[in-house]
Design a protein around this ligand. Sequence first.
Ligand SMILES: [Zn+2]
Length: 294
Amino acid sequence: MSTKKRTVPAEELALINRFARRELTEEEVYTFPVVLCDNETDRDGERFSREALDKLAELFVGKTGIFDHDPKGRNQTARIYAAEVVTDTDRVTRSGEPYACVKAKAYMMRTAGSADLIREIDGGIKKEVSVSCAASKKRCGICGADMRVSPCSHIKGCYYGGRLADVVLDGITDAYEWSFVAVPAQPAAGITKALGAPDGFSAERKALMREIENSRSEIAEMKRDITAEIVRLGQFCVPACDPEWVRTICKNMNAAELLRFKEKTRAKARPGYVGSVLSHGSGAEEKDHSRFKL
Ligand SMILES: [Zn+2]
C-alpha cells in the first residue's frame, strides 16, 4: 500500500528544488509543517526574543532535521525549505507578550525507506521539537541586564510584581540542527497542528495563571512588610540584635510563620513602642494582612 500523495504547489516545489541536485517532482517529495520554537518561557526558564525568532526563521532554512529515535536512519531526514515567524495575538505568553513561533515547512523524499515514517507523520506522532542554535546574548527578562556581563539580582523562576523572571535568549549567531518531532499535516482541514509547541491555553487557564501570579506577588509583598515590622519591633526586644540577622531568619519563613513571629515580637516589645507604632497607622496594615491568617 502506497502512502497518500499530496500535491505540492509549484512555488513550493521551486523552493525545495533549490536544495536538490536534480529537479524533483511533486510525486517524489513529501512535505509537512513543523513548529521549531516559540517565545514561550520553557522548562529551563528561558525564551527567545522576537528578534531571535526572526533570525532563527532565516537561519533554519536549508537545515536538516533528524528523527531522534533513529538518528542514523538513512532515509529519515528532512530539510526545511521555508520558515517564517507567525504571531498569535489572541494568545499571551507567560511573560505577557503576544505568542509568536517559527513555523517551518519541511520536505523529505518519498522512498521505500521513508514510507512508514510518512505514514507515522500522517497518523500524528506526538513528539517534541528541539532545536540547537547559538545565542550570543542572555538577558534578564525583568530588567534586561546582560546575564553574562553584569548579572542582576532577579532570580529565574521567581515573580517580581507579578512578572516571572526568565532569561531572554538573543543575538542568534547560528542555527545547527533540529530534531524531529513530527507534526502531522492535515491537508483536508487546512490546519497545521503544531505539536512542537504547547497547545494554546484556554481563557480559563490563562485567568487562573494570572490569578496565581498575582497572589504570589501579593504574598511576597506582604512578607516584605511583615519582615520590616518584625525588624522594627525586634529593636525594642533585643536592642543589640542586628536587623540583618532578623531578615535572614525571616527569609526562610512562610507567611503564617511570619505572622506568628510578629505577634510574639510585638508581645515582647516595650509597651511604649508598640503604642506608638499603632498610633502611626500600623493598625491598617494589620487589617490588610489578617486575610492571610489561616
Ligand atoms: Zn534583572
